[in-house]
Design a protein around this ligand. Structure first.
Ligand code: AMP
Length: 203
């Protein structure tokens, strides 16, 4: 199954994508994680853009994504988180592969900002926790790999405002292109309930 998960920052799409990935045994491919793992001479340029909450140029993004999609584990399916983010990327994706279903998580900006300000990410494996709604078992330590937790530079208020602006202006409009494949989910529920709803609607 080839899935997209789309929603504003803080909607819990990364968390849900990890749950779905385990259940369906398909890789969770997060373009944000791929970019944060960039090494070599692209690293500085990529980090500068991410810090400001802006988008990486489409061609570079697609090149990185294609490399990941070509790996063996993605052949039978995947859940793609963070891509496409605009019309150009959606057109490019259509040329590369066909998507079966699109999960849209709906959340107000007010709630998104509230959640992001208490979000923590793992330095090693990229797992996401929330100080209030989904705290790690041990403070500052990732439950999965024992890596250290930190607040991402782009989870700071100015960058979050910019990222939500980009989401409404560039990402939300592409949802209409997947109209007959969309599963809409209310993001203002517990992680468990959202996971249950997604599972039921995917079946
Ligand atoms: P995320 O972890 O999905 O919130 O992504 C973090 C940052 O990575 C974004 O704010 C962008 O700067 C960059 N990024 C992630 N995915 C994309 C994409 N599909 N196109 C361009 N930039 C991206």
């Amino acid at each position: 199954m080839k899935l997209l998960i789309i929603g504003p920052q803080g909607s819990g799409k990364g968390t849900q994508a990890q749950i779905i990935s385990k259940k369906l045994n398909i890789p969770h491919i997060s373009t944000g994680d791929l970019l944060r793992q960039t090494e070599g001479n692209l690293k500085k340029q990529v980090n500068e853009i991410i810090k400001k909450g802006e988008l990486i140029p489409d061609n570079l993004m697609l090149r990185i994504l294609k490399q990941r999609l070509n790996k063996d584990d993605a052949k039978k399916g995947f859940i793609l988180d963070g891509f496409p983010r605009n019309k150009k990327q959606s057109d490019l994706l259509k040329k590369v592969t066909e998507i079966n279903k699109v999960i849209e998580i709906i959340l107000s900006d007010e709630e998104a900002i509230k959640r992001i300000s208490s979000r923590l990410s793992c330095m090693l494996c990229g797992a996401v926790f929330n100080k209030i709604t989904n705290p790690p078992k041990k403070e500052g330590i990732c439950d999965n790999c024992k890596g250290g937790l930190y607040q991402r530079e782009d989870d700071k208020p100015e960058a979050v405002k910019k990222r939500l602006e980009v989401y409404h202006k560039e990402t939300q409009p592409i949802l209409k292109e997947y109209q007959n494949k969309i599963i809409k989910i209310n993001g203002e529920q517990s992680i468990e309930n959202i996971a249950k709803e997604i599972k039921e609607k995917l079946e």
